[in-house]
Design a binder for this molecule. Structure first.
Ligand SMILES: *Cc1c(COP(=O)(O)O)cnc(C)c1O
Length: 380
């Protein structure tokens, strides 16, 4: 009998979510209404911000955030390329130029010194990505931007619901953008939200979301339809009741994985700097090429033994022909980020893993590393 595959992600909605969705179906109001409003209130309260604006996806939340800043051609947004394409696409969609800077080697977040070097007269925003659920160094970033009020912060917190820095949640340092896509730590199937303490931006975001309309057929700006449905909000509300529990299970699983893998030569497990709390959307390990470890070979061996893994991300977000000739994509030295794309591998850490599953992940990774070392040096 073969053992079942350990999945990289699993989604389990409870009876509360089912009931809530049925209620919406029976109410006859499916488009944005009171549930969305309740979800926004609950999310703002959770993150401890004044306003939150629900959107149809994390991507539309990112695009709307960029648009709320009224960016013009030539305006620059600084971000890092070690991310999902949506971060870059949103900048381009808003008509701005993306200035891409490198990341820190040990935690994959934007290098704040590189941000400082990249700031120029046209810089309008910086987009730190809380990648894998680990908060970027917002303390250092806000210090750099302290006397530069014209530069906004848009946090890409798509993967980082309730990740925190010194007890303060990400998404509360600037405009915060969260995703509720199917596999994210909090899901509504598809969905997103923007959090902010800025009432003016919140107002503009609500207009942008709904065709620029303040009252019926009174348009104040050319907007879009970025609205969330009542069905999504009902699922979201039910998810929020479990967010602390599910996040703490991820953290406990991560702790076990870290304990089981940290002594392997050439393997770097995720770090948590003092005060910075990781929510482990992914548990991403680095396999050092310099130590003879081939990441792709390890992934193959894991798959053979029934442990799913994935590479986030196999290439930098702009490293595709469709971005090559765009003058609106301006990379700087990205050597660390580029190196990481060849070494990272994400392992199962989701809340539904048993202790036995975690142990199997650990043993399988250890076995794969051993197999590679033995193949390379049979007498070792
Ligand atoms: C998922 C994700 C997005 C986009 O969110 P969607 O809800 O899928 O549109 C943006 N940025 C990052 C880093 C993400 O992981």
């Amino acid at each position: 009998m073969s053992t079942p595959t350990i999945r990289l992600t699993e989604v389990h909605l409870d009876a509360g979510a089912e009931d809530a969705v049925l209620d919406v179906l029976r109410s006859g109001q499916l488009a944005q209404g009171p549930k969305v409003e309740a979800f926004e209130r609950a999310f703002a309260e959770l993150i401890n911000v004044r306003q939150s604006i629900a959107m149809s996806s994390g991507t539309s939340a990112l695009v709307a955030s960029m648009q709320s800043l009224n960016l013009e051609p030539g305006d620059e947004v600084i971000t890092s390329p070690f991310t999902f394409a949506a971060t870059l696409n949103a900048i381009l969609e808003a008509g701005a130029t993306a200035r891409l800077v490198d990341v820190c080697p040990d935690d994959f977040t934007i290098d704040v010194r590189a941000v400082e070097d990249a700031i120029g007269p046209h810089t309008r925003a910086v987009v730190p990505i809380h990648i894998y659920g680990y908060p970027a160094d917002m303390t250092a970033l806000t210090r750099v931007l302290e006397r530069r009020n014209q530069i906004a912060i848009i946090e890409d917190a798509a993967q980082a619901h309730i990740a925190s820095i010194d007890g303060r949640y990400v998404g509360s340092f600037g405009l915060g953008v969260f995703s509720f896509y199917a596999t994210k730590n909090v899901t509504t199937g598809e969905g997103g939200i923007v959090t902010t303490n800025d009432e003016l931006l919140a107002d503009r975001l609500r207009l942008l979301r709904n065709q620029g309309m303040r009252r019926r057929y009174e348009y104040e700006l050319p907007g879009h339809n970025y609205r969330m449905t009542e069905l999504q909000a009902a699922i979201g509300l039910s998810q929020l009741t479990r967010i602390h529990e599910l996040t703490s299970r991820r953290r406990i699983n991560a702790e076990k994985l870290r304990a089981g893998l940290s002594d392997i030569e050439g393997v770097a497990v995720p770090v948590e700097a003092p005060g910075r709390s990781h929510v482990y959307h992914q548990f991403t390990v680095r396999f050092a090429r310099s130590a003879g470890l081939d990441r792709d070979r390890i992934a193959e061996l894991l798959a053979r033994d029934g442990v799913e893994s994935a590479v986030y991300y196999p290439r930098l977000c702009h490293d595709y022909p469709c971005y090559e000739r765009l003058s609106t994509v301006q990379p700087s030295d990205l050597s660390t980020a580029r190196k990481l794309t060849g070494e990272v591998l994400s392992l199962p850490v989701h809340p539904w893993l048993s202790d036995a599953d975690i142990n199997r992940v650990i043993e399988t990774v250890r076995g794969a590393v051993r197999a590679i070392r033995e193949a390379e040096d049979p007498v070792r």
